[in-house]
Design a protein around this ligand. Structure first.
Ligand code: GLN
Length: 313
């Protein structure tokens, strides 16, 4: 199936919402103290097509911190500005198969064979963003996210401050990469930029538009602005497909067939290249750090739409 009617998209979202609205599996992230305070009942679902149509169910307006979903868009920025080889050679594109903030994953290969969608590779990727200062890099990152979403996004300041005060592990990751010559800007400043990018506030509609921009080859289907090239997107997709849900990425692609990315704020995005982007926000996570209800809902929606691209009839 490569085309769906408006009522099919609406029905798939509504059915997933009804099926999972009372679902309570998992628990909020609590290693970042502020995330534990987010309303665990929050449940928003949205689909945006490559022709800019928006469909939704549940809560479309409440914002959460983007967290690791940000990693996709920082990677896209670096590939766009410095080329696909930059990420391949200076960060890596191999799934670690380990938890997202694994130190063993760095140690095993002396900082190599990691990827931009887990913390070590993401922090290294943030260090590669163009700019000579903290502010220049940050502005590049923030304006990229704004372009993907099609509006000026805010920062969840309490989440940023809460994580900045407790992110010694990410600082250690950055320092260890630095020791292996695999960090490309000051490690502590880079960790702070990374922490701030994770605190960017988004709702389900923002995330679905960001995902739809990827589905649309890098052009925002709502604002029509070309954010990155289709060649850049083509290099982001395989990393999402193999490492977007951390150590559960295999199960994800096995069940859903769509490149996806999760964040510990409770969001998951996925997209069908050339067709649509989808996003679900629901803060309760499983042991890998992926929203349980978002995974279940997207699985349900993809099954109902028959939109697993690996199904070739
Ligand atoms: N900011 C979070 C961290 O570095 C992001 C992790 C995530 O969403 N998996 O731990």
């Amino acid at each position: 199936r490569k085309s769906w009617t408006d009522s099919e998209f609406n029905a798939a979202l509504k059915n997933a919402y009804e099926k999972y609205k009372d679902y309570k599996e998992g628990a909020n992230a609590n290693y970042i103290p502020e995330l534990d305070k987010v309303d665990p009942e929050l449940f928003g679902l949205a689909i945006v097509t490559v022709d800019g149509k928006i469909f939704s169910a549940g809560d479309l307006n409440t914002e959460v911190s983007i967290q690791s979903i940000s990693k996709v868009f920082t990677m896209a920025r670096v590939v766009e500005d410095s080329g696909a080889l930059e990420v391949l050679e200076k960060v890596g594109v191999d799934a670690t198969g380990m938890v997202f903030n694994s130190i063993i994953a760095i140690e095993m290969n002396k900082g190599k064979e990691i990827n931009p969608l887990v913390n070590p590779g993401a922090i290294a990727t943030t260090s590669l963003v163009k700019g000579n200062t903290y502010d220049e890099k940050w502005n590049m990152i923030k304006s990229t996210y704004d372009d993907f979403a099609g509006r000026k996004l805010g920062i969840d300041q309490p989440v940023y401050e809460s994580e900045a005060a407790t992110n010694q592990r990410n600082q250690a990751i950055a320092m260890l990469l630095n020791a292996y010559g695999r960090m490309y800007f000051d490690p502590i400043e880079t960790t702070d930029i990374y922490t701030k990018q994770c605190a960017v506030a988004v709702n389900a509609k923002d995330l679905a538009i960001m995902a739809a921009t990827l589905a649309n080859g890098g052009t925002n289907p709502v604002t029509k602005k070309k954010v990155v090239s289709y060649q850049t997107v083509a290099h982001v997709i395989p990393v999402m497909a193999t490492a977007g849900l951390y150590d559960d990425s295999g199960q994800w692609i096995y069940n859903v067939g769509l490149p996806g990315k999760s964040g510990v704020g409770g969001g998951i995005i996925a997209f069908y290249p050339g067709q649509f982007g989808i996003a679900v926000i629901s803060p309760r996570l499983d042991a890998a750090g992926n929203s349980v209800r978002a995974q279940e809902s997207i699985k349900h929606i993809v099954a109902e739409l028959g939109s697993n691209p690996f199904y070739v009839q």
